[in-house]
Design a binder for this molecule. Structure first.
Ligand code: PHB
Length: 386
């Protein structure tokens, strides 16, 4: 009897110790982002934004220290499953944050569903993730590919565009942005006469620019980001097309790229859920702190990283730091109103931001707010059964 008692006391002590360790050990955040290639700058800005928010909270979310494990996903979908499994199974991360490229994010979402791992997507807009693949443990702090594309289409039609051409990389984000733009344009009286594609991350635009010149559409809608956006906007201007055929795009075309694009980008109109000069205390403080911390201007990717950390913070606070309470964390994130530098947003049932999409104009190194293109725009979340 005595021995039994002792054993049970020991077991209780061990259990208490384990619970204590659980509640004080750092939360492991797996950052799976592109740190090389076309989207490298985007990945870095997301990481910077995420870490800025955590630093502003004294390095803790929900009372827990945050520890990072990083993987460079290279924006390569063929490596996505291996990369995400390393984070889930080898590194035992508590939460995944990633990524930029829709094709890679689809692989992450599949693994997150299979392992019931929390996944916060700080960019990639793949419609399927908040459509047929939607799941309680998956949320976005960014956008769906449809959202800015649809808004740009609506505005282009309002501006008198009847015949448009589209050009982008041939992968999920490219085809989805093209569809969204077409839907918005048709709604406001125009149509897309031809879709042009080139493989990701190929940037040999010349033959396609020649085709645009020959077709003489009223406008071109282009989705490129990072390194591809810099080259495309410069090549479009070098071909003289900017003088005769207005170029529109989702704001990725000019976000984080204006310095490198120089004169070629000035005056471009784009649609996005962020504008650099939103004159709110929230945005001004964010931009100031970001510039101080990183000696660089914040862009939409930095905002999305920052807000991914805000979402995690809301979830962890609700669970009092106990990330094992997956349902509590996930429900709190879905119920959150995020006080973002972009303006406040909520999440849809599918886990995607419901947000204003702004029309912006490139001026100097800023994408300046012009008007609200579409207010409180929710992704249709076609196929999501939540
Ligand atoms: C995507 O692949 O979903 C993607 C990549 C870069 C962007 C936006 C979307 O800027």
């Amino acid at each position: 009897m005595k021995t039994l008692l002792k054993l049970s006391t020991l077991a209780a002590l061990l259990a208490a110790g384990a619970a204590h360790a659980q509640s004080t050990a750092p939360i492991k955040v797996g950052l799976m982002l592109p740190y090389t290639g076309t989207y490298a700058a985007l990945g870095n800005a997301i990481e910077n934004g995420f870490k800025l928010y955590v630093q502003e909270q004294g390095g803790k979310l929900g009372g827990r220290e945050i520890q990072y494990v990083k993987v460079d996903d290279e924006s390569d979908p063929s490596k996505a499953t291996d990369n995400v499994n390393k984070l889930i199974k080898r590194d035992n991360v508590d939460v995944l944050v990633g990524t930029v490229h829709s094709g890679v994010a689809l692989g992450m979402a599949k693994a997150a569903r299979e392992n019931n791992t929390l996944l916060i997507i700080p960019n990639a807009g793949a419609g399927d993730i908040t459509g047929p693949m939607c799941a309680p443990n998956i949320v976005r702090s960014s956008f769906s590919n449809w959202q800015p594309a649809y808004a740009m289409g609506v505005v282009a039609g309002q501006r008198g565009v009847k015949r448009a051409m589209t050009i982008t990389h041939n992968y999920a984000a490219g085809t989805e942005t093209t569809k969204g733009f077409t839907e918005g344009l048709e709604k406001s009286g125009g149509k897309v006469i031809k879709e042009l594609y080139l493989p990701f991350p190929n940037v040999e635009f010349q033959a396609l620019l020649t085709e645009i010149a020959a077709q003489k559409p009223d406008a071109v809608y282009a989705f490129f980001a990072g390194g591809s956006a810099v080259k495309f906007v410069k090549d479009y201007a070098a071909a003289g097309l900017n003088k005769t055929i207005p170029l529109y795009g989702p704001g990725f075309l000019t976000d984080g790229t204006l310095e490198a694009q120089g004169a070629a980008a000035q005056g471009l109109l784009t649609a996005l859920h962020y504008a650099d000069n939103l004159d709110t205390p929230r945005n001004n403080a964010f931009r100031k702190n970001y510039a101080l911390a990183y000696k660089a201007n914040a862009d939409v990717y930095a905002v999305q990283g920052y807000d991914a950390a805000q979402l995690l913070g809301v979830g962890l606070a609700a669970a009092k730091g106990d990330i094992a309470k997956r349902d509590v964390v996930a429900n709190a994130m879905r119920g959150a109103t995020v006080d973002s530098p972009r303006g406040k947003f909520t999440l849809s049932k599918a886990g995607n931001p419901v947000q204003d999409i702004y029309l912006r104009e490139a001026k100097g190194v800023n994408n300046e707010f012009k008007s609200i293109a579409v207010k409180a725009l929710a992704d249709p979340a076609r196929g999501c059964k939540l």
